[in-house]
Design a protein around this ligand. Structure first.
Ligand code: CA
Length: 225
């Protein structure tokens, strides 16, 4: 695991807890150092502070994701309060997740585990029926069941639900949702995504809260448990 953080006390805290949890930790205190070390070390995960002196965290993220050698390394951004637009940019650049400061070590370690676990899993069969608690989504028949009862969704609502449910725990920005559901050239506004979500939640009834709003960032399908 590679930690990029310019605040020494936070860096030491992270190093301490993650090492104790069994991770091999390498660190850098600025973006340039990180960009030169990461391709050599090829860590299984990068924990990336966004506010760095010199090359900032978003630039580090952009460069790592552009380079085919490092593109697959998962990135968890560490952000300050009020950096929602940076979080959105980072997620769209390919970062996997984020934690906002001040974070609890427990939450951070849980995120790290989730992202590492995801990485090791084969991609799900896109046509297989997806069952999450009281919800079943059958892509072949374009059918959705809530507690065994069919729910009538529009084409867009179905696409939205399938996209979010296929990646439980991932925060998706509105742009990522638009891109996935309607394709690149389709002009849909952020507001239109919100309206679709409202309609979708209404139809999902008891399962409405499976779709969480991540304030200022986007939406996330709740993970099981
Ligand atoms: Ca910082």
């Amino acid at each position: 695991m590679f930690i990029v953080e310019d605040e020494e006390d936070i860096l030491e805290l992270l190093r301490y807890h993650l090492s104790r949890d069994g991770y091999t930790v390498t660190t850098a205190t600025d973006g340039e150092e990180a960009l030169s070390a990461i391709p050599k070390i090829m860590p299984d995960l990068v924990l990336l502070d966004l506010m760095l002196p010199g090359v900032d965290g978003l630039d580090v993220c952009r460069k790592l994701k552009k380079d085919t050698q490092t593109a697959a390394i998962p990135i968890i951004m560490v952000t300050a309060k009020g950096e929602e637009s940076d979080i959105v940019t980072g997620l769209e650049l390919g970062a996997d997740d984020y934690v906002a400061k001040p974070f609890s070590m427990k939450v951070l370690i849980a995120r790290v585990r989730t992202v590492l676990h995801r990485k090791g899993q084969p991609p799900a069969d896109a046509d297989a029926t997806l069952c999450v608690r009281d919800l079943a989504i059958d892509p072949r028949r374009r059918e959705v069941l809530v507690k065994g009862k069919p729910v009538d969704l529009t084409f867009t609502e179905f696409g939205l639900l399938r996209f979010l449910a296929g990646r439980p725990g991932w925060v998706m920005t509105r742009d990522q949702i638009i891109y996935a559901v309607r394709g690149e050239d389709y002009a849909v506004t952020d507001r239109a995504v919100d309206v679709q979500i409202v309609g979708l939640r209404k139809k999902l009834g008891k399962c409405a809260d499976y779709i969480e709003t991540v304030r200022g960032v986007g939406y996330r399908f709740k993970e099981s448990g």
